[in-house]
Design a protein around this ligand. Structure first.
Ligand code: PRT
Ligand code: ZN
Length: 291
């Protein structure tokens, strides 16, 4: 790592795993240009003073906490499990999964209380111990590093606590979900010192890019035609981010309106706009929103 420039920001990401592709895509969407290949230990961005280090996800909390790097991207599940002394800056809206407790399909267990005295296998022992402690249930937690889902069939454990996203691994192993411990997604974390010292300005610049791409995901750009007299109604239907741009149309008494709609209320808002009298509605994706 002797080639790293110490004045640059350093970001650790997963070298090869579930979060790698989406993390690289997110960074590129943020306008960062860099080479990435499976052989690399790190790469320098061509257009931003940032070095990207490729490491195992389990090492990211230590690298960030110790200041070896300023920033890291990893699953929130690892933060919940290890509780490193780092600051979470952003949720990145990918890598969604949940830590759940699962039991054999044919099990009669209905409630977590019924697990008292039994054995549960997991890669997340702290999270699991905390969960049962909070619920005042005593049981044995066995730490397993891989293929937790086969432990009930092997007789190693009665139940498991594991991450799941699609649920297909559970189904394949004849397991069913009893309850959820927490939801997780990919997050950006920072070293606490880096937030305060000379790198603060650089970090703020990078955050503008990150937040710009993240907020763009939540909005759509909409263009429509409408009779001028319904403008006040349209403004009420699409409150928010930016006041609408209104331009006259060749057709007498009609205007073109451009505005931004939040993704989570998108379809209901479009319905309301149509009912109010808007027509020719065009929807465009937004690449970035810089506020
Ligand atoms: O080599 P390295 O140590 O870097 O990687 P790793 O093998 O420890 O981690 P990796 O690449 O498997 O996961 C990285 C991160 O992806 C995790 O920390 C989570 O934040 C996130 N993530 C999202 C998941 C899943 N979804 C997921 N489904 N991590 C693991 N799984 C596993 C789960 O453990 C189970 O074995 O996938 C299986 C279940 O998946 P479904 O789709 O069948 O439910
Ligand atoms: Zn790992």
């Amino acid at each position: 790592m002797s080639n790293l420039n110490n004045n640059n920001l350093k970001l650790a990401i997963q070298k090869e795993g579930r979060l790698t592709d989406e993390t690289l895509e997110f960074l590129r969407n943020c306008g960062l240009e860099f080479e990435s290949s499976k052989q690399r230990l790190f790469s320098s961005c061509r257009n931003f003073p940032l070095e990207i280090l490729y490491v195992r996800d389990d090492d990211i909390p230590d690298y960030v906490a110790s200041g070896t790097v300023d920033l890291g991207i990893l699953g929130q599940n690892i933060l919940y499990e290890e509780r490193p002394a780092v600051k979470k800056l952003l949720n990145l809206r990918y890598g969604f999964c949940s830590l759940i407790i699962a039991i054999p399909k044919e099990s009669k267990v209905k409630n977590i209380k019924d697990l008292a005295g039994k054995t549960i296998a997991t890669t997340y022992p702290s999270s699991v111990k905390n969960f049962f402690k909070k619920n005042n249930i005593k049981l044995d937690v066995v730490r397993i590093t891989g293929s937790v889902e086969i432990t009930p069939a092997l007789g190693v454990a009665y139940a498991i606590a594991d991450l799941t996203s699609t649920g297909s691994t559970l189904a394949l192993n004849d397991l069913k979900i009893l309850t959820k411990i927490y939801d997780s997604e990919s997050v950006l974390i920072a070293n606490k010192e880096s937030l305060m010292n000379g790198k603060k300005d650089l970090l703020e610049k990078l955050m503008v890019r990150f937040k710009g791409v993240l907020s763009a995901k939540n909005y759509k750009y909409v263009m429509m035609n409408a009779p001028q007299e319904i403008l006040p109604k349209l403004k009420k239907i699409t409150p928010g981010l930016k006041s609408p741009t209104v331009a006259p149309l060749a057709k007498e008494g009609w205007v073109s309106v451009q505005t931004v709609i939040k993704e989570d209320v998108f379809w209901e808002t479009i319905e309301k706009l149509k009912q109010a009298g808007a027509s020719g509605i065009l929807v465009l994706p937004i690449e970035k929103i810089i506020i």
